[in-house]
Design a protein around this ligand. Structure first.
Ligand code: NAD
Length: 470
């Protein structure tokens, strides 16, 4: 396999390289170039040159370009999905979904109209608010869903008239590099540049004097560093960070009916999803039944290599995360919490952790307080819903959360009190191109998707006209 950076519409190498590991074996299976400061400068310069002509194009022309990007994703879905599963680990069906979703979301965003807004129209005055592109957008993505998480910021940047430098995680650079190659004949040179590289490349992007905005998706810790690095140039920022989503399950639900939905929302991609359910608060009257139903779902799951068609849960994506998750598991076991299923690590190569449901967990444990980002789900008990709301909100995270009940009006009232960017009722993880997504508190700054998200890739400019010259 041969991979290259994309700079100014051309293949580019680099002095350094990255080794890419297959998480289902723990073995290196590919290498790719790793960009350093020189490649970053070239990519930013190319993006800046391309910005002038690109911003002149109409929204309709740029919408057509996004349609061509979506078409490339669809035509090459299988090739991209196979590569994504190899480097990321997720089941092939989920990789296919990720590629399709990237295409659909991109087209959905590029269908949104951005018009000047007339604020005052009188005999004397006309005042309107226009939106202008910012310039060069640096996009930094994590390893859990590299294509889907690139698609939102990339479409937002390009559709609104900006150009982009895209950097995937060093753990999953290949599918993004391949997409860059496939888009070379589709987009004008320099409009999209793709650089693989480590955390230091991301830091250099955040500090770069000729990048105007950073769209960052990743951990809270790295997000804070991006904000600090960006301060020197007062870059615009969208930060999509981690979450510790709570699902509150009220006493009137049928545990057998909600368990499959909650299980999927917590364990898809082996729990490595920012908005996965990471804690469940279940009413005491249904607590044991829900725990048992979740454990039954976990026993049905098939842990294995993503490329195996029978697999429903793949490995943890990388060694560091595997060590973090297995340390949490060991700590949970020592704490005396009740491990209802899973919990035993298979003695096979690769970073496999079975789906594990844990009952009677101490609220102050790391498993509850931190973002586990892995397939270990704590289920906690409550009697009074006010107590459940307080515990759900007692966190520095605020990405999303959900409330489950047959009484949707009551559930909606409770959901509206969750201190999050998205509060769902009887669902979790439902997003759309026209609906803003992002975090409250330390889960982020700004929103992706929707007209709100698109406008955050633009500078508002007031045009104020006094109709008489004298
Ligand atoms: P990470 O923060 O370690 O890395 C994310 C990206 O940032 C990588 O490309 C990395 O190279 C780069 N990076 C690291 N340090 C940097 C720095 N100082 N400056 C600039 N760039 C830097 O995150 P990860 O481990 O790849 O991803 C998992 C995290 O991402 C989880 O916390 C998860 O919840 C979060 N996430 C959030 C969303 C969301 O939409 N809110 C979506 C997916 C993942």
């Amino acid at each position: 396999m041969d991979f290259s950076l994309t700079i100014n519409g051309q293949a580019h190498g680099a002095g350094q390289s990255l080794e890419v590991v297959d998480p289902s074996t723990g073995e290196v299976f590919a290498r790719c170039p790793a960009a350093g400061p020189a490649e970053l400068d070239q990519a930013v310069a190319a993006a800046r040159r391309a910005f002038g002509p690109w911003r002149q194009r109409s929204f309709a022309e740029r919408r057509a370009a996004i349609s061509r990007v979506a078409e490339v994703l669809r035509v090459h879905q299988e090739e991209l999905a196979v590569l994504l599963t190899r480097e990321q680990g997720k089941p092939l069906g989920q990789s296919r979904d990720e590629i399709t979703r990237a295409a659909t979301q991109s087209e959905g965003m590029a269908a949104i109209a951005i018009e000047p807004e007339v604020i005052v129209e009188s005999a004397e005055r006309h005042i309107e608010l226009r939106y202008e592109p910012l310039g060069v957008v640096g996009i930094i993505t994590p390893w859990n869903a590299p294509i889907n998480l690139a698609a939102g910021p990339l479409t937002s940047a390009l559709y609104t008239g900006n150009t982009a430098v895209l950097k995937p995680s060093p753990h999953t650079p290949l599918t993004t590099l391949r997409l860059g190659e496939l888009l070379r004949p589709v987009l004008p040179a320099g409009v999209l540049n793709v650089l693989a590289g480590g955390d230091e490349l991301g830091a250099a992007m955040a500090a770069h004097p000729h990048i105007d905005k950073i769209a960052f998706t990743g951990s809270v810790e790295a997000g804070k560093k991006v904000m600090a690095s960006a301060a020197g140039t007062l870059k615009r920022l969208t930060l999509e960070l981690g979450g510790n989503d709570a699902a509150i399950v009220l006493e009137d639900v049928d545990p057998l009916a909600v368990a499959p939905k909650l299980f999927f929302a917590a364990f898809v991609n082996s729990g490595q999803v920012c908005m996965a359910v990471k804690r469940i608060y279940a009413h005491e009257s249904i607590y044991e039944a829900l725990c048992a139903a979740l454990a039954a779902e976990a026993r049905k799951a098939k842990l294995g290599r993503g490329a195996d068609p029978s697999t429903t849960l793949g490995p943890i994506q990388n060694r560091e995360q595997y060590e973090r998750v297995t340390a949490l598991l060991a700590e949970t076991r020592r704490s005396g919490a009740r491990i209802l299923c899973g919990g035993e690590l298979p003695q096979t190569p690769g970073y496999f952790v079975p789906p594990t449901v844990v009952a009677d967990v101490d609220e102050t444990s790391r498993l509850v307080q931190e973002e586990q980002f892995g397939p270990i789900l704590p289920v906690l008990r409550f009697r009074d819903v006010e107590d459940a709301i307080r515990r759900a909100n007692d966190t520095r995270y605020g990405l999303s959360g959900s409330v489950w009940s047959r009484d949707t009006a009551r559930a909606a009232e409770i959901a509206a009190r969750l201190e999050v960017g998205t509060a769902w009722v009887n669902q979790h993880r439902t997003t759309a191109a026209t609906v803003p997504f992002g975090g409250a508190k330390e889960s982020g700054v700004g929103r992706q998707y929707s007209v709100l998200g698109l406008k955050s890739y633009m500078e508002p400019r007031v045009l104020s006209i006094l109709k008489s010259a004298g």
